[in-house]
Design a protein around this ligand. Sequence first.
Ligand code: F6P
Length: 524
Amino acid sequence: MSLPKINPTKTEAWKALETHFQEMKKLQMQDVFEKDANRANQFKIKWQDFYIDYSKNRITDETLSLLLKLAEEVKLKEAIKQQFSGEKINETEDRAVLHTALRDFENLKPEVKATLQKMERFSEEIINGSHKGFTGKAITDVVNIGIGGSHLGPEMVTEALQFYRNHLKIHFIANIDGDGVAEILKDLNPETTLFIIVSKSFTTQETNANAAFVKDWFLKKGSEEDVQKHFVAVSANVDGAKEFGISEENIFPMQDWVGGRFSLWSSVGLSICCAIGFNNFEAMLKGAFEMDNHFKKEDFGKNIPVVLALLSVWYNNFFKAESEAVVAYSQYLYKLVPYLQQAVMESNGKSVDRNGEKIDYQTGTIVWGNVGSNSQHAYFQLLHQGTKLIPTDFIGFSEPLHGNTENHNILMANFFAQTEALWEGTHKKNVQNPFKFFDGYKPTNTILIKKMTPNNLGSLIAIYEHKLFVQGIIWNIFSYDQWGVELGKTVAKSTLQSIEKKDSSVIENLSTKNLLNIFLNNEH
Ligand code: F6P
């Protein structure tokens, strides 16, 4: 059975939301907490180590109930069941979408179990030093070569869980920029470095070129035979990896039903296992699994991903907010936004609906942001006093990991203060100076988590995965394909041929042709 194909704008709930919005847009509800002492308690969800406060949003009971009605009318419940049961909901690629099966500990598929065991064995040998390099030395550095989903997830997690890391140094080669690659290689010793080539397809231009370059670099010291001790691959394309020269036992399989941007739970997470050990990796998977169960079973009104998705749709489609920010008050999460950008924007940046029709309403939100408190000194001015409406998620942790409570208190004071200032503005103060006046009424969600642990990180990532899925269902788009990135890849291939042949004659676009000629002749 295919996913429901319902135009959201034609539903009863959407029409009611439009009418409701006409009322809501006139309101300035900064004082709502004085009027309704129960509001903070009402618009919150407490789940395990998570406390989600969404009371500082431009919503009333009615808004929420209409949004929930919308979720019902677009048949969200059925869609969730279809995804988890492995139906081929990625219709345009004829694939199931089962990254959740990688962490379904009640029902682990035999192939998932076998891969996890292989990852455990291998990462342990790397960590405990029993895996030796070609001169008999233990591995000290692990380099993940991959791009997009084969990079952003592992990098985000290894940074986020730095506290749980061992002695191994982890590096990431993603960009095809040779200068970047050289900067990483210059500090590495081929005798003690393990390269993990991560590519689901094993056809990605950047990854293949970088892997070939790195292998040549390695072969200046080691032999072809030594490659087996220093190169492993993660791929669904076993033949491609073998062709590159990696032996079958050094290939960690990936399933067709795992999309790149949702793949950190799979063997793509091998660098994570090396960095934090298999037990921590498994704890992260378990955290995600617990969130999967919450998402599958909890009523939508108390369902974290569903509520966050509905709020986002409310701002995106009714207030016409073009973007949303994510600000984590944790240096550990400094790679969260780039990760979310791929997850959210590659998934929901679509303008054709599930019926193949051009869409006349807004879809995919633009996600941006950085960590707090740094962001306050960069772009918060625009959040507070700019003309654009930017709903923002604030993520923070109650406990620091290193026991520096003094700094943590300052960090968290800023965390709480900002959502309050964004909402309250200066409306209670008699501010006459227009430059110092703050409108307030800026919406935020506060995600307060007890502590940064592998388990909680897994749950947090899963929240955002499910949130984007819910939005895709509401917008009637296919969230799990990414045809939009293909055209650029094809054009890049033909442009590369022109560069290699030093011949721009086949380039049709005159702007590109001019630029290429300047580049080819270095005519600056
Ligand atoms: O170009 C987009 C994309 O296909 C992503 O979806 C994917 O994460 C990335 O390229 C890398 O793909 P692969 O793992 O096949 O090298």
